[in-house]
Design a protein around this ligand. Structure first.
Ligand SMILES: Cc1ncc(COP(=O)(O)O)c(C=O)c1O
Length: 402
């Protein structure tokens, strides 16, 4: 079965894992900043820990943070767990990013940050956001931080410039579903190295080194990824996921969409061995993005779908972390694709303000687009290990679905 996602790992990630040392995390930070042309980068065990630490470092507490209604719920979790208030913005039905006009309306004197999120790898209009923020800062009389959420996009381009370098900082998740991965892990980058130094000092004071047992567990996890995502074996993994609670139980320990909590190790430092895997992945970054764009382009040019389906737009600067399609009824489509050996994901199955823990933050709005997307989105595999034959097979299967 063709999996819906697959980390782009080879033997290199295993040898890198085994060759770590005390300076590996610092080296990964340096290499990351160099790759994405940032002032500095600070590593964390998860992207959510990085966001939480950012708020803590700069004393942002009890403030309104403008962010998408339709994105990964951990961003809202980090907001609430740092004692801030998420202000949700509904998404467009074009590229699924926040509606820019609604961002403008969402800013109040209590707003201290906004989180432009480049969902599915589609760049937001960073110039208009900057203008909105500068105008708002004049009105409210204090700084409004701009935190680019690049967990999906990494270096998507807006008007020829990477979204990473806009605003004050950029946030990354580095789990196995991301463009590049350090197994688990997160990063926050800054244009201004002085800001990065403050966040690093906070991290060094508050976060603990991982226990050796954790490294051992990570190694076992890394080794398990190779057979688990092997096309010949993946059918069994898919069956376990769909028909037994076993794999769900493993993911629930680390994340539950509807529960505002962090995993128990959210205050651990990134492991040196994870950092080495991250360094190995950075070397593949350009090839990964190139191949994702090629596959998305093939889908864009060759998929012939029913009128009620909505294909995602082709945007040259997008990095295609996902190829997300809106469909009227997704379950039968997912089942049919599975019967042809293709896994389609149910990408982001919730609108955050509709989740139990977040209803009190919905402020009277009903976020119709976020709700619609939460019910109707599927995503096709677009990972770089797909060969041309598999891409053709996916296209042909989708085009002939009854
Ligand atoms: C859009 C988005 N932002 C932030 C994150 C945070 O990453 P992490 O899972 O490493 O905390 C994720 C992770 O899934 C994400 O999808």
């Amino acid at each position: 079965m063709i999996p819906r996602l697959k980390p782009f790992f080879s033997g290199k990630e295993i040898t890198s894992f085994l060759n770590s040392g005390i300076s590996s995390v610092a080296q990964f930070e340096k290499a990351f900043a160099l790759q994405f042309h940032c002032g500095d980068a600070v590593a964390f065990p998860y992207g959510r820990s990085a966001l939480w630490a950012f708020f803590k470092t700069f004393g942002i507490e009890g403030k309104e943070i403008v962010q998408p209604a339709y994105t990964c719920s951990v961003v809202a979790h980090a907001t609430v767990l740092s004692h801030n208030i998420p202000v949700f913005v509904d998404n467009t039905l074009y590229d699924y990013n926040m509606q820019i006009d609604v961002i403008r309306n969402g800013i109040t004197p209590q707003t201290y940050a906004i989180i432009p999120t480049h969902l599915y790898g589609y760049p937001m209009d960073i110039d208009t956001i900057q203008t909105i923020v500068e105008e708002a800062e004049k009105k409210v009389g204090h700084k409004i931080w701009v935190i680019q959420d690049c967990a999906h996009s990494f270096s998507a381009d807006w008007d020829g410039r990477s979204v990473i370098n806009a605003g004050d900082c950029a946030l990354f998740g580095l789990g196995i579903s991301k463009l590049i991965s350090s197994i688990f892990g997160g990063m926050i980058t800054f244009e201004d190295p002085a800001l990065a130094r403050k966040v690093r000092a906070f991290r060094d004071a508050q976060f603990h080194s991982g226990h050796w047992l954790k490294t051992l567990k990570r190694f076992a996890y890394l080794l398990a990824l190779y057979p688990a995502f092997n096309d010949s074996f993946y059918g069994l993994v898919y069956w376990l996921q769909e028909n037994t609670p076993f794999l769900n139980r493993l993911t629930k320990a680390f994340h539950l969409d509807e529960e505002i909590r962090f995993p128990p190790d959210y205050l651990d430092c990134m492991l040196p061995s994870e950092a080495e895997v991250g360094i190995a992945q950075l070397g593949k970054y350009d090839a990964i993005v190139h191949r994702r764009r090629q596959i998305a382009r093939s889908y864009h040019e060759n998929l012939k779908v029913p009128d009620e389906w909505v294909l995602p737009p082709w945007v040259a600067g997008a990095t295609y972390s996902h190829y997300a399609i809106r469909v009227p009824e997704r379950e039968p489509i997912i089942d049919k694709l599975a019967s042809h050996g293709i896994q389609a994901g149910r990408v982001i199955e919730y609108s955050i303000p509709h989740l139990k823990g977040y209803r009190s933050f919905a402020s009277g709005s009903d976020f119709p687009n976020a709700y619609l997307c939460s019910q109707s989105m599927i995503n096709l595999p677009v990972h770089p290990s797909l060969n041309d034959g598999q891409v053709e097979r996916i296209i042909e299967t989708v085009n002939t679905l009854e």
